[in-house]
Ligand binder design. Structure first.
Ligand SMILES: [Zn+2]
Length: 585
């Protein structure tokens, strides 16, 4: 354990699970639970249950389950200590660490790597602003509107046309140069700069830690790679990093909107044009991790690149993300052949306009199809209508499909009813199935309810439950684990075998609307009936008498003023005479 236990307990006590989950998933109240779309699998109806009383969540679609730490670990892809630290920051609690563990060493290493990167950012930047050999780079940037204040804001730099200028100047150990990707060991066994003769765009995390570079050649260079990016390192994962987020995040939150571009200069162009909420992926397509990261800041995602070029697979991904993360993806349109970087110089207002008039992703794709050809003949019309419906039918929402189908009908002149019917059938629709909660038999169900009550209302039901009440093997094992742990779910989970643990996970989030005592009495009655059905040895008068009394008590268990006494007597019989009788039978 890397964090002092006492602090962890304090942290846990200060957190409300649903508050934490709601930063990632939209939840609605259902009974005493919160329910939403599971962040861990694709689904269209909410299977993800959160219960604040037990501090646990459970997805009935993919079986993900756990507590607040597990949730943050899985949703952020971080280790336990990082998850705890993130939560502590939000809760305003300072965590003390025990020393010497792997997590501490990792964090110390990370600090060293980030410090080396920061040194490189400054060195390249200074080189660009002041060095005679950077004149050509300065001229190039000036022409593109990236000089002066812009260069300073975005910490642009110049990597000189030299073998080892940075490695020599930086004065850090070779392993740091290597592990940051700033340098590498060449064939002669010497450290060599990774970037050479390139304009440097430093890439920061949302918290302003420099983690990577994108380097661009100057026009006229013979280097075939226009852009070169840092390779992935311990501090840099492309799929989780967005260029510009550190500068953009405030505006993103304010506008509840983020503009996603393809290149570094596009991001800077948007900023220059006053749209200070642009970010870019770093040489990859937009990933689910990116969306998860952005979802923390805004619900509207405007794509400022040709998203359609990414093809059909991309469309389905976007629709899925829209549902899963409750974001809206739209597409900004630019004049043919212009990218945001160019426009920021020639026509800055066009950038804000394009974002303002962004079309929903499906609307954008449909426009493309409808305007792809002229409608000169019935054959043209039928063809375009078919292509349009193929695009429309990728969308998971029926109402949305019907509305766009009507639009396609208007454009092509086909009867709206025909196209809407196609939208309803959605011939080639991909279906995401959510496994329904398992059906359970009534005995199994009653035992499950009792376990749920035990987890949620321990004091009310615990005195009435004994192991013998559970006929289903897994419920019995779950009960044993819970009763050994007392009202401590984490401990019960530790003690339980995997199958019983699964049952406890489900029971800890299930919404049970039942009276604990009545549930307990029902279980007792069922157990007594089972025992009586097994028969009692007829040559033992004492046991026969006890069994007869049990039958009588059973009749009383639903009579309000005698129910408690009856239940107590029956519990006694189950544990004493009844059990002994079973042994003899
Ligand atoms: Zn799930």
């Amino acid at each position: 354990m890397a964090i002092v236990d006492e602090d962890l307990e304090r942290l846990k006590a200060s957190l409300v699970l649903s508050d934490v989950v709601q930063q990632y998933v939209a939840l609605r109240r259902v009974g005493r639970n919160w329910v939403g779309l599971c962040p861990f699998h694709a689904e269209r109806t909410g299977s993800f249950n959160v219960r604040d009383e037990t501090g646990r969540y459970k997805c009935f679609g993919c079986d993900a389950s756990g507590d607040v730490f597990k949730f943050v670990m899985d949703v952020e892809h971080v280790d336990f200590v990082t998850a705890a630290e993130n939560l502590a920051v939000r809760a305003g609690i300072e965590l003390r660490h025990t020393t010497g563990d792997a997590g501490d060493r990792q964090r110390a290493r990370r600090r060293q790597l980030v410090a080396a990167m920061a040194g490189a950012v400054d060195w390249y930047h200074d080189r660009l602003l002041n060095s005679p050999d950077a004149r050509e780079a300065r001229d190039y940037l000036r022409k593109r509107g990236l000089a002066g204040e812009t260069a300073r804001t975005f910490k642009l730099g110049w990597a000189p046309d030299d073998w080892d200028a940075l490695c020599t100047a930086l004065g850090v150990a070779a392993d740091l140069l290597r592990d940051t990707g700033l340098g590498f060991t060449n064939k002669a066994g010497r450290m060599q700069d990774a970037f050479r003769a390139r304009v440097m765009f430093p890439i920061f995390t949302e918290n302003n830690d420099a983690v990577a570079f994108g380097g661009r050649i100057l026009p006229g260079s013979t280097d075939p790679a226009k852009y070169k990016n840092s390779s992935e390192t311990a501090i840099y994962a492309k799929s989780k990093t967005l260029y510009g987020l550190n500068w953009a995040k405030n505006d993103i939150v304010t506008a509840d909107q983020v503009v996603v571009c393809e290149g570094y200069t596009d991001v800077i162009g948007f900023h220059r044009a006053g749209v200070k909420r642009a970010v870019a992926t770093c040489g990859t397509a937009l990933t689910e991790d990116h969306v998860r990261l952005l979802k923390r800041y805004a619900t509207q995602v405007v794509l400022a690149f040709d998203a359609d070029a990414a093809g059909q697979g991309a469309a389905q991904r976007f629709y899925e993300w829209e549902e899963r993360y409750q974001v809206r993806v739209s597409v900004a349109r630019f004049p043919q052949g212009k990218d945001p970087g160019d426009l920021s110089v020639s026509d800055p207002d066009a950038l804000a306009d394009a974002v303002h008039h962004a079309l929903p992703f499906l609307g954008f794709r449909l426009n493309r199809v409808l305007n792809a050809r002229q409608l000169r003949s019935p054959e043209d019309r039928a063809q375009v209508a078919g292509e349009a419906m193929a695009v429309i039918n990728e969308h998971p929402n029926l109402e949305v499909r019907k509305l766009y189908a009507a639009q396609a009908a208007t454009h092509t002149g086909l009867p709206p009813g025909d196209l809407v019917a196609l939208a309803e059938r959605r011939a080639k629709a991909p279906v995401v199935r959510v496994a329904p909660p398992r059906r359970v038999g009534s005995a199994e169900n009653a035992e499950f309810v009792a376990i749920a009550m035990l987890l949620q209302r321990w004091d009310d039901i615990a005195p009435w439950l004994v192991e013998d009440l559970f006929a289903t093997d897994v419920a019995r094992r779950a009960f044993v684990a819970i009763s050994q742990a007392g009202p401590d779910i984490d401990k019960a989970l530790e003690l339980a075998d995997p199958e019983a643990r699964e049952l406890i996970e489900r029971a800890s989030v299930i919404d049970v609307d039942a009276e604990p005592v009545i549930e307990a009495r029902n279980l007792i009655a069922a157990a007594v009936r089972r025992r009586l059905a097994q028969g009692v040895s007829t040559d033992d008068a004492e046991r026969l008498r006890a069994a007869r009394e049990a039958r009588l008590a059973l009749e009383d268990i639903e009579t309000p003023d005698r129910a408690d006494a009856s239940a107590e007597a029956l519990l006694g019989w189950l544990e004493g005479a009844g059990r002994a009788g079973e042994g003899d039978a």
